[in-house]
Design a protein around this ligand. Structure first.
Ligand code: FMN
Length: 230
């Protein structure tokens, strides 16, 4: 698989087959992905990989907690904007509308949406969960580094025949996750991720998200002459 194909075919999958993924497979993905660049080569990442009982422990802890919704921790403000302005709001709404449409969930059906959101914590049925952790003292720049590692992980996984879903949803329960993953006080969860073999018969996995055109998000300056030359 060439890079273009891996980038084009990677999509966030939200229903996985129970087929197992071995420790060696995940290890290999992380090994290749760890060539990601990072500021001054700090490599400010730690990855907790869970499967089997350890994965079930995470699911149970969050599901039990969700039953007592009132106690649910608020997302940490630095990670989750309290409100989205345009154009982000419309893009969020579009992907939500499309996804819930594929799932047959009607607008305003809060309990169905709540249940579907809960699938995040069951890793959408994937046999492996990854948690990306960063030191609390590090700055935004280190979060960029982590993002580069995560993107590498998703692309290498794709190349290895595996699918993924990056999951900020775990940050809704950041304090709980901190305890469940037994992180140090100096450590902070940045994102979760499900990994496994996507169930392509699940309608939700046919979701194709849009992208804005290059000319809408980029601003080329100082180029001269015919296109293709500078
Ligand atoms: C940092 C990050 C966090 C995300 N968190 C979630 C999540 O918690 N649950 C989920 O279903 N999708 C999550 N996504 C997936 C996005 O919704 C998805 O990437 C976006 O809609 C584009 O679709 P695509 O990944 O299929 O190209 C997340 C993506 C990123 C990059």
């Amino acid at each position: 698989m060439n890079l273009d194909d891996a980038i084009a075919s990677r999509r966030s999958m939200r229903e996985f087959l129970p087929d197992p993924v071995s420790r060696d497979q995940v290890h290999r993905v992380l090994e290749i992905a760890s060539r990601a660049p990072s500021g001054t080569n700090t490599q400010p990442w730690k990855v907790v990989v869970v499967a089997g009982e350890e994965q079930a422990k995470v699911t149970k802890a969050i599901m039990d907690y969700r039953l007592e919704e009132a106690k649910a921790a608020k997302p940490e403000e630095t990670k989750m904007p309290r409100r989205y302005a345009e154009p982000y709001l419309s893009r969020r709404r579009k992907v939500g509308f499309d996804m819930y449409g594929l799932l047959g969930i009607e607008k305003g059906d809060k309990s169905a949406m709540w249940a579907q959101h809960g699938r995040n914590y069951e890793f959408f049925g994937a046999p492996v969960g990854l948690f990306f952790v960063v030191d609390r003292d590090l700055s935004q720049a280190s979060w960029l580094d982590l993002g580069m590692l995560m993107q590498n992980v998703m692309l290498v996984a794709k190349q290895e025949g595996l699918d993924t879903c990056p999951q900020g949803a775990f940050l809704h329960y950041a304090d709980l996750m901190h305890d469940v993953l037994d992180l140090d006080d100096t450590e902070q969860l940045a994102s979760g991720m499900s990994m496994g073999y996507a169930d392509m018969s699940a309608p939700v996995n046919s979701l194709e998200t849009e992208r804005v055109a290059v000319d809408e998000f980029s601003d080329f300056r100082g180029f001269q002459g015919v296109s293709g030359q500078n």
